[in-house]
Design a protein. Structure first.
Length: 203
């Protein structure tokens, strides 16, 4: 929970007051509620699970049920200032398409994801020969929703291939406050448990 709170605090810091925000994979609405309270955003949410949607609606949040892999195409171009994908990209069937869609429907995308290159993950694979279970990757391989795990370097390279500009990047480890980092940093690809990226179109 501490790690989630620090991640949400950093995302909130990155969002401009009063912005139009779409939170994709918003869960029970914790981040949306924080953004509304602290930044006065005009927030909307997209959530695949019916219980998550119901929890959001009970909090007075504007959330609809939908699948980001399929339903982002229904949103108008540049309808939002920010599209947020918090700890969700690795669960997408088509992450390349999802990233492209984020920057069609919003001026900027904020994407957070676990780092499969973190040293604890590497050590666990080396010593046990099994898929690691960590604070950021808490479910065993056979029950996790994560299907496209990547390292920070993988993500930065994909952004380059898609013509997306990384405007800012922040690393998080062990629930401590986020720290800025250079996406090309080999060291952070070892150190960071999670990272948050602000993306815009390079065109």
């Amino acid at each position: 929970m501490a790690a989630d709170q620090e991640s949400y605090r950093e995302i909130a810091r990155l969002v401009s007051p009063g912005a139009r925000v779409l939170d994709i994979g918003c869960g029970e609405g914790d981040l949306l509620e924080m953004l509304a309270a602290e930044k006065g955003v005009d927030g909307r949410g997209l959530e695949i699970s019916a219980p998550g949607v119901q929890a959001c609606l009970s909090r007075g949040l504007a959330v609809v049920q939908g699948d980001a892999d399929r339903d982002l195409a229904d949103f108008p171009t540049h309808a939002f200032d920010y599209a947020i994908l918090s700890q969700t990209l690795q669960q997408m069937r088509e992450p390349r398409t999802v990233l492209t869609e984020l920057l069609r429907i919003a001026e900027r995308a904020i994407v957070s994801l676990p780092n499969f290159g973190h040293w604890r993950v590497r050590l666990s694979l080396l010593t046990s020969g099994r898929m690691p279970v960590t604070a950021c990757l808490a479910e065993p391989w056979w029950s996790t929703a994560n299907i496209h795990l990547c390292t920070l370097r993988d993500f930065a390279l994909l952004c380059g291939e898609l013509g997306l500009r990384i405007e800012r990047a922040a690393a998080l480890t062990a629930g401590r406050p986020a720290r800025p980092f250079n996406p090309a940093s080999a060291l952070e690809n070892w150190r960071a448990e999670e990272a948050i990226f602000v993306l815009s179109s390079a065109n």
